[in-house]
Design a protein around this ligand. Structure first.
Ligand code: NAD
Length: 428
């Protein structure tokens, strides 16, 4: 099977909606490709005294609405096309959340687990040295992603501050709390997922109390989606799942009267792997990794990996399911989308559903700029407003265009906003 090129996929998704909305050719030309791309070499002194050269990237897809925004991935299989695709999707995510930022993404081809802490620190500082002139709170603001951590953001912010000669926390987000980070960032994405579920239920006329959910994953997004589904909506989460790093398979953990996410957090490691024995002793039923998808629940929340709802697995989704909330990025293939559309499942598309993370990153930048920090309640209340408005904007567009599929409506809203900003700036 040939590998899917993510950038070709991002371009194809854009082309399809651009056609539907009869977007002007000049806007299409601008948005099919990134504005700027940087590729650089990163020579790093290793602990044994040798020099090793890594390849790094930064792509700024579009900054018409504000500084480019997006994470830095450290991954062995990183490619320029992956970074281009992720930067493009960040443009749409920031636009749909209506935060004044554009889309960017960065990366290094490296398996970070092969580096010592000091080697990681030197690589992070080198990455900033290579590209700092093109970054900045008014140009481009990176953040953590796969393989990078809040500590690494702290080193990168420090390196940038040294180069420009002043403390500049707003150059990068996802920093540790106490080192310029924002309260609420840990819970933000899962919290935002459930705000969109709450709004979807209102739209569908569903009473949220007592409704059930099944979730794929039990990492950052899934944990706080589970907690908020129970605490914000009064619902019950029947199943969560995880990848077991020892057995190298995934498992589903089920409790018919509802899981206790706070208990499960205590028996879950930092990679989101749940301790099977401890769960079994607490009365959880352990099933195979796909079982979460076929539960008779009201809401399904894939919050682990991409590409798991396919033309084959989509058939396992129960007819009871009313809402599919994409906590993960890209969990549904275009073939499965067609089936969901036909079945009338209400979809909350990924770049709307999981925009709580980047919105909280934006709040971090705002607090850095003011040098004044908000309480967690304040952060979450502002986040609730932003996510609710983002949802409503997409829903209105869907309703206005004859119940347009929510994914297409989200693209429509995002592209329109970026197009408008480019027009106002005289780019098209
Ligand atoms: P994470 O690494 O904290 O957790 C991932 C979870 O998925 C873990 O529980 C892991 O065991 C599980 N998992 C991995 N492979 C699996 C498999 N094959 N079957 C079942 N479970 C599996 O990651 P996260 O930060 O929670 O991110 C999850 C998804 O959400 C990703 O697609 C990510 O890109 C997206 N996302 C995350 C954020 C954020 O703020 N963390 C923001 C936007 C989007």
């Amino acid at each position: 099977m040939s590998e899917v090129n993510p950038f070709k996929m991002a371009q194809a998704q854009f082309d399809q909606v651009a056609e539907q909305m009869e977007l002007e050719q000049s806007a299409r030309d601008m948005l099919r490709w990134p504005l700027r791309e940087f590729r650089f070499q990163l020579p790093v002194r290793m602990d044994d005294g040798s020099m090793k050269v890594f390849f790094g990237f930064r792509v700024q897809h579009n900054d018409a609405r504000g500084p480019a925004k997006g994470g830095i991935r450290f991954a062995a299989n990183e490619t320029l096309d992956t970074v281009r695709a992720l930067a493009t999707w960040m443009t749409w995510k920031c636009a749909v959340a209506d935060i004044p930022l554009g889309g960017g993404k960065g990366g290094v081809i490296v398996d970070p687990s092969t580096l010592s802490t000091s080697e990681k620190e030197r690589l992070c500082r080198e990455w900033i040295d290579a590209v700092w002139k093109n970054l900045g709170p008014r140009n481009d603001v990176p953040a953590p992603d796969v393989g990078t951590t809040p500590q690494m953001m702290g080193w990168m912010m420090d390196e940038y501050s040294k180069l420009v000669g002043e403390y500049t926390p707003g150059v990068i987000t996802g920093k540790p709390v106490g080192g310029g980070g924002s309260l609420g960032r840990t819970v933000a994405t899962g919290f935002g997922v459930i705000v969109t579920v709450r709004e979807a239920m209102k739209h569908l006329g569903m009473e949220s109390r007592g409704k059930t959910a099944s979730i794929q994953g039990f990492g950052n997004v899934a944990q706080y989606a589970a907690i908020n589904f129970i605490e914000m909506l009064g619902g019950r989460v029947l199943s969560v799942s995880c990848w077991d790093r020892e057995d190298r398979v995934s498992y589903t953990f089920t409790k018919e009267d509802g899981i206790d996410p706070h208990f499960l957090q205590k028996i879950t490691d930092q990679y989101g792997t749940i301790d099977k024995e401890a769960a079994k002793n607490a009365g959880y039923i352990i099933e195979d990794g796909d079982a979460w998808l076929s539960k008779d629940v009201d809401v399904l929340i894939p919050a682990a990996i991409e590409g798991i709802i396919t033309d084959e697995t989509v058939e396992n989704i129960s007819s009871h399911v009313k809402i599919l909330a994409e906590g993960a990025n890209g969990p549904t293939t275009p073939e499965a989308d067609a089936v969901l559309k036909e079945r009338g499942v209400f979809l909350i598309p990924d770049f709307l559903c999981n925009a709580g993370g980047v919105t909280c990153s934006y709040f971090e930048q705002v607090q850095n700029d003011m040098n004044y920090y908000w309480s967690e309640e304040e952060v979450l209340s502002k986040l609730d407003d932003k996510m609710t408005n983002a949802f409503k904007g997409v829903l209105d567009t869907s309703l206005k265009h004859n119940n347009l599929y929510m994914r297409d409506a989200a693209y429509w809203v995002a592209i329109k906003r970026v197009e408008k900003a480019m027009r106002l700036r005289g780019w098209i």
